[in-house]
Design a protein around this ligand. Structure first.
Ligand code: ATP
Ligand code: MG
Length: 387
């Protein structure tokens, strides 16, 4: 008899010929996300199985595995060699404190000689005999005893099924560059794209001395929290001070944000191209602030020649975004009160519906190419890992 964690996976089933590629990615991501705990991880038919771990690590293992995209659910289980006798022996050791229960037998191994309904009844009787204060209730049960008779002569017994995060394994889609601020939205945007299989790199703009070292530490922390779901993140930290000072000096204040965004995107596109990243990701949501009107979005889109800008939060409201941020444990860090570079030199009345000709005219007072090159030269790279 051994402890095991049964891992079920989701949409991967739909992928026909690519199925084994998806399964392999999922397996690798699970191995990566559990490597601090010695254990054996293998693919069995239709499931992934984790065995040979120290029982005291089980809770943490379950937690790490359920957070891997592509995982539908996990169950801590006990398993042993399949035989009627072994199963009945094990079932007769079960002691339950609940009021009601049901037994659910599943036979992935159709060679097993008794059909599932009949065997469920038989096992239910054994439990009743050993637990006189409990009754069977097939619909409103307090506890379900699952007996999963699988191929290769292995039977698993488990009580709990914990939902996983779902989605597709990270790495099954090309990489994207997340514009990561210290706010609530952008970590959620990265989370959502990773959920669709995208591997994530991140770019943060800081404005030292206008923003503090603490603001930078906060962003590194956010990238680290995000990497619990995405795997390691390469975080590019770029100084935006010179760019902001130049805009502030030469352009009308109401265009500050629009021009800042356009320069951020130009820098991001350069980094994406140089690192084979296929998309830029932002946490923008339509109408949330002045710089997130469709006109502002158009004026930033247009500077990115090749790389598309993905905005997974575009149609979500703040409450929905905050719910995900809290569920995924980003929120506490996101609300730490360090300023973002976007709040430095913030104009009183930013232009809400910028006209492209006017933006371009304002921008023509700047040597954009030089500013982009100088900013890129300041980049420092931090690799964040799932700890
Ligand atoms: P967030 O909560 O993600 O900070 P926000 O609601 O504060 O978003 P804005 O400040 O308008 O909105 O930023 C919109 C998007 O621009 C962010 O979601 C992020 O993708 C990007 N962005 C803003 N500031 C930075 C920054 N300092 N570094 C990198 N990206 C940034
Ligand atoms: Mg922000």
């Amino acid at each position: 008899m051994q402890n095991a964690i049964l891992v079920r996976y989701s949409e991967i089933f739909l992928k026909g010929k690519n199925k084994s590629y998806f399964e392999k990615s999922l397996l690798n991501n699970i191995i990566e996300n559990t490597k601090q705990f010695p254990c054996n991880i293998q693919k069995i038919s239709g499931r992934i199985l984790i065995t040979n771990y120290d029982k005291k690590h089980e809770k943490k293992l379950l937690n790490n595995v359920k957070n891997v995209f592509g995982v539908h659910s996990v169950s801590p289980a006990t398993y042993f060699e399949t035989s009627i006798e072994n199963i009945e022996d094990y079932i007769s050791t079960i002691r339950l404190n609940n009021n009601s229960f049901r037994v659910t037998v599943k036979r992935a191994d159709k060679n097993f000689p008794i059909n599932s309904t009949e065997f469920s009844k038989r096992l239910g009787e054994i439990i009743l005999n050993n637990n006189p204060n409990i009754k069977v209730d097939l619909h409103n049960y307090d506890i379900e005893v699952n007996v999963d008779i699988r191929e290769q002569n292995r039977t698993f017994v488990f009580y709990d099924t914990i939902n996983g995060v779902g989605g597709m394994p990270v790495g099954t889609s090309s990489g994207g560059l997340l514009l990561l601020s210290g706010g609530i939205d952008s970590p959620v945007a990265g989370y959502m794209m990773a959920k669709r299989g995208m591997s994530i790199s991140a770019l943060h703009f800081q404005s030292i001395p206008y923003t503090s070292e603490m603001a930078k530490e906060k962003v590194i922390k956010l990238a680290q929290l995000l990497s619990e779901y995405t795997g390691n993140i390469k975080l590019y930290i770029c100084s935006f001070t010179k760019v902001q000072e130049a805009i502030h000096k030469h352009c009308k204040p109401e265009y500050m944000i629009t021009i800042m965004r356009r320069i951020m995107v130009r820098i991001a596109e350069r980094i994406a191209n140089e690192n084979n990243l296929k998309a830029i990701i932002t946490g923008e949501s339509l109408g949330q602030v002045a710089s997130q009107t469709i006109e502002s979005i158009t004026s930033t889109n247009i500077v990115s020649d090749v790389v598309p800008i993905l905005r997974p939060l575009i149609a979500m409201d703040k409450e929905e975004i905050t719910t995900i941020s809290k569920e995924r444990n980003f929120f506490e860090t996101s609300i730490l009160p360090y300023e973002d570079c976007c709040t430095v030199f913030l104009p009183k009345y930013p232009i809400i519906k910028p006209k492209l000709e006017k933006v371009e005219k304002e921008e023509s007072r700047l040597d954009i190419e030089k500013l982009v090159n100088e900013a890129i030269a300041t980049i420092e790279i931090v690799e964040t890992k799932n700890l």
